[in-house]
Design a protein around this ligand. Structure first.
Ligand code: HEC
Length: 120
């Protein structure tokens, strides 16, 4: 039942999903990442406008070699790439400096991606 209802709810309630994403972001990500445009980076880069931005695209942040390389290759974040990244960040970018901050639940990853798509 939940399996059939949940996707329909997620589609019908995209703004609500972004709000759920804000709650997850505040609990799990905000200690290191600002999401306000122009705010200085914290322990991690500013993620305002990250969807549609180059990987490694906060010019005020000093990235690890692996993200610097991804930036130079021209790789760009979209929601799908973000969701895949958040499932296992270090698998996508071995040598990443983000600690173990994966999101295990697919719904949380989708909600955070929706929140970040709206965060500009
Ligand atoms: C302990 C601090 C910390 C936490 C918590 C954290 N991150 Fe990060 N994050 C970083 C650092 C540091 C980097 C840069 C890593 C590098 O240069 O290898 C980063 C990089 C990123 C990037 C790539 C940004 C870019 O400009 O390409 C994304 C996206 C990201 N984090 C999302 C998240 C999300 C979403 C969460 C919450 C689930 C999260 N992070 C939790 C520290 C953190």
């Amino acid at each position: 039942m939940i399996r059939r209802v949940l996707p329909a709810l997620l589609l019908a309630a995209a703004p609500a999903v972004a709000e759920d994403g804000r709650a997850v972001f505040e609990a799990r990500c905000a200690s290191c990442h600002a999401v306000v445009a122009g705010a200085p980076p914290g322990a991690g880069p500013n993620l305002s406008g990250v969807v549609g931005r180059r990987v490694g695209g906060d010019s005020g942040f000093g990235y690890s070699p692996v993200l610097e390389e991804a930036r130079q290759s021209g790789q760009v974040w979209d929601a799908a790439l973000l969701e895949r990244f958040l499932a296992d960040p270090e698998e996508m970018f071995p040598g990443l400096w983000m600690g173990s901050n994966a999101l295990r639940a697919a719904e949380e990853r989708a909600a955070v991606a929706a929140f970040l798509r709206a965060a500009r």
